[in-house]
Design a protein around this ligand. Structure first.
Ligand code: NOJ
Length: 737
């Protein structure tokens, strides 16, 4: 018996030893990734290398079948996994197994001010991507909020580089823990949709480095993102998808990015530049990036046959292609050829719950006079719900982030489910967005359809609202063109479809009115003083309506804070104040420089409707005295700043404590204060916790555009701790020696 066992053992050993000797290095996962990359590269023909650098279908790129190197599959992003499309088309493939969970839009995630929420988001969406066999998730987006008219702000994380940097890192790490590459987008300066394909951004180096690049830098250097998407626009007269300054100098040289630069769909315009100026993978050429496309053009891509010809003629150096292929191979080994990656899961209750939790943590209670919220169900028996957005699916439309969802709970559904047995709920539309308005996907307009008369809708709403115990208004924007939607910007800061008038008229007949804005953008609120309560409900995804209902009914205590300023007028935003939006169709000048959002508001000493960082709770928090471990510091010292926070109300709640720092005197102009830390804590009634921030001289640095370095200048710095950028509770000082 013993003999037989040892014989078997011996045979196994021989087989595995044999297998080990024949396994090529690039297939051996125990080998260092760089070694595997070099091994694979030496086995590839020039044609195979060039093939890897461009698309083979709308959302996939070539592998090397001869070597067993698989193709790469990509998907939008950034709020859920897009439906399967036909091979060479944008149209859906009508699968029955691709209905996903939609997570809240990224503005809502940013409004949680909670990196743990970003980690949950990344892990969950990564699992969905993995289950659907996607190797690259086209997201998250971190373009800075420069104007509230930008149709894509809902896909980004607000106006502040520090907040978006801290939130993007866990999202990426969560996605990539599934062996799925995140693709942070759109690098860089894609801050408007008007003229997005060609507009050339003129910006000073300080604003570029201090405002528009930090979140990308954090994605690369702190999260280790495996891919990045070039933007559609131009910078320094070069398209961002092939841009010497952004891609070669900053991203690959200064930041040492070792991943893949993927073009935005249709963002490549030239073979030499695409070859030499930092692009690695060309996608979606001959399309508008959204809907139209030219069939079977893949061999004609700039990085396809034209590139091959130029290499053969000696006009382009093979080394640039080798560099691209090295990066692509590395990404393939990190994702689709990683045998250890988990299997993922899709459309699960767990993911729906994750989305709901994120939405509940991100919804912002903007105003709550006389504690009209949460709805007191002991007194309130008749609820009149008004507004199209109470009953509108928001996961569909808006461009590439549009999703085919397993289900979507609207606010009306959520309210009916949660309190339908405790109060009468009556729904009236009040207004509608015209069915004829441009949207994607196109609505089916029934034969003989007539748009409802707005005056009749308004009157119906007023009649219904008159004798309600409370009016819950749900309006805002939607995913139609010129609203919160890709490809174009909003036309006005005001609410569309006559909503401003409707809200005012409703407030006249019923003082108990709560306005919930569903949007990814700030909107004008000329009726702000006429209504006692306002909620920013964002686009909350699959579980949106449940999350909103939980907040309105008090099941969940609101804790979201604004990731952007809600100004009174459009002209209160710097790009509009200076007349530098949307540019002259050729150039757009960011003449406001570093003064974006609250940095501008502080400088101009302006009032806002609601400042950056603002958000109320159903409880109250008391801020104690600030303590600093040392009032003087040298570069590289670590200083702790702490402050006790007490829940002085009657219910459990969460508060985001914000740390801002201002340079008192500097040879460069600096904002009055900038966000440098935040911490979200949960407190029981009466409970107190000490919030501690640890800072180094990093928090005092600015970008010196003359020397092209980040540096500090010695002197006094003011420390501000507050509940928003405009609600500073404690201040102190530190001297940098
Ligand atoms: C264009 C969009 O700008 C980008 O974000 C998206 O990932 C691609 N289209 C692919 O749909």
């Amino acid at each position: 018996m013993k003999k037989i066992t040892s014989l078997i053992a011996c045979t196994c050993f021989t087989i595995s030893a044999f297998a080990q000797t024949v396994k090529p290095v690039y297939l051996d996962e125990s080998q260092p990734i760089e070694k595997r990359v070099e091994d694979a590269l030496t086995r590839m023909t020039l044609e195979e290398k060039v093939k890897m650098c461009h698309a083979q279908s709308k959302f996939s790129s070539y592998g090397v079948p001869r070597l067993g190197i698989p193709e790469l599959w990509m998907s939008d992003g950034p709020h859920g996994i897009r439906e399967e499309v036909l091979w060479d088309e944008w149209n859906g493939a009508h699968w029955t197994s691709d209905s996903c969970i939609a997570f809240p839009a990224l503005t809502c995630l940013a409004a949680t001010w909670d990196p743990q929420m970003a980690a949950l988001y990344g892990k969950s969406i990564g699992e969905e991507a993995r289950y659907r066999k996607k190797d690259v998730l086209l997201g998250p987006g971190v373009n800075i909020y420069r104007t509230p008219l930008n149709g894509r702000n809902f896909e980004y994380m607000g106006e502040d580089p520090f907040l978006s940097s801290r939130m993007v890192i866990p999202y990426i790490q969560g996605v990539q823990s599934n062996g799925v590459a995140a693709c942070v987008k759109h690098f860089a300066l894609n801050n408007q949709e008007i003229d997005r394909g060609h507009i050339n951004v003129i910006i000073d180096d300080r604003a570029l480095h201090e405002i528009y690049l930090p979140a990308f830098k954090a994605a690369v250097q702190e999260a280790g993102v495996w891919s990045i998407m070039g933007a559609y626009n131009q910078y320094k007269g070069q398209q961002c998808c092939h841009n010497q300054y952004l891609l070669n100098d900053i991203l690959k040289q200064d930041w040492q990015f070792d991943g893949v630069v993927i073009s935005d769909w249709g963002g490549v315009h030239n073979t030499e530049q695409a070859a030499n100026f930092g692009l690695d993978l060309e996608m979606g050429t001959w399309t508008d990036g959204l809907s139209q496309g030219k069939a079977n053009a893949y061999d004609n891509y700039y990085l396809a046959d034209p590139l091959l010809k130029k290499i053969k003629k000696g006009e382009i150096n093979i080394k640039v292609v080798d560099d691209k292929v090295r990066r692509l191979l590395k990404m393939i080994f990190r994702t689709v050829m990683n045998s250890q990656r988990p299997w993922g899961s899709f459309g699960t209750e767990e993911h729906a719950l994750a989305g709901r939790t994120i939405a509940e943590n991100g919804i912002v209670l903007l105003k709550n006079d006389k504690n009209i919220l949460p709805i007191n169900l002991n007194k309130i028996k008749k609820i009149v719900v008004v507004g199209e957005n109470a009953n509108k699916r928001m996961t569909l439309g808006g461009g590439s982030s549009s999703l085919k969802v397993k289900y979507e709970i609207t606010p009306l559904d959520g309210l009916k489910k949660q309190i339908g047995n405790l109060a009468e709920i009556i729904y009236v539309k009040g207004y509608v967005s015209p069915l004829t308005e441009k949207r994607d996907p196109k609505p089916k307009i029934p034969v003989g359809y007539k748009e409802p008369n707005p005056e009749i809708l308004l009157q119906e709403a007023i009649n219904a609202a008159k004798d309600a115990d409370i009016v819950l208004y749900f309006g805002g924007l939607n995913k139609n063109e010129n609203q919160d939607s890709e490809g174009n910007d909003r036309k006005s800061y005001n609410l569309p479809y006559g909503q401003d008038r409707l809200i005012s008229e409703l407030a006249k007949v019923n003082k108990n009115i709560v306005v919930t804005i569903i949007s990814g953008n700030a909107v004008a609120m000329p009726w702000i003083k006429e209504v006692p309560a306002i909620v920013e409900g964002w686009f909350g995804g699959t579980e949106s309506g449940n999350a909103i209902a939980s907040i309105l009914t008090g099941k969940v205590n609101p804790s979201g804070k604004l990731p952007m300023t809600i100004a009174e007028k459009l002209e209160d935003y710097p790009s509009h104040a200076l007349g530098e939006y949307p540019g002259d169709h050729v150039n757009v000048r960011y003449n406001e420089g570093i003064f974006i959002g609250y940095r501008w508001i502080d400088k101009q000493k302006k009032q806002t409707l609601f400042p950056f960082g603002h958000g109320l709770s159903y409880t109250t928090f008391d801020y104690g005295k600030i303590k600093i471990s040392s009032k003087q510091m040298k570069n590289n010292d670590k200083i702790t700043i702490s402050i006790p926070i007490k829940n002085s109300g009657k219910i459990k709640g969460k508060e985001t404590v914000q740390l801002y720092i201002g340079d008192e005197k500097c040879s460069f102009e600096r904002p009055i204060k900038e966000l440098k830390g935040f911490s979200k804590i949960e407190l029981n009634p009466g409970e107190e916790k000490i919030v501690t921030f640890e800072i180094t001289d990093e928090a005092f640095k600015f970008y010196d555009d003359k020397q092209k370095i980040w540096r500090t200048e010695p002197g006094k710095f003011k420390i501000y701790i507050g509940a928003s950028s405009n609600d500073i509770r404690e201040t102190s000082e530190i001297t940098l020696l």
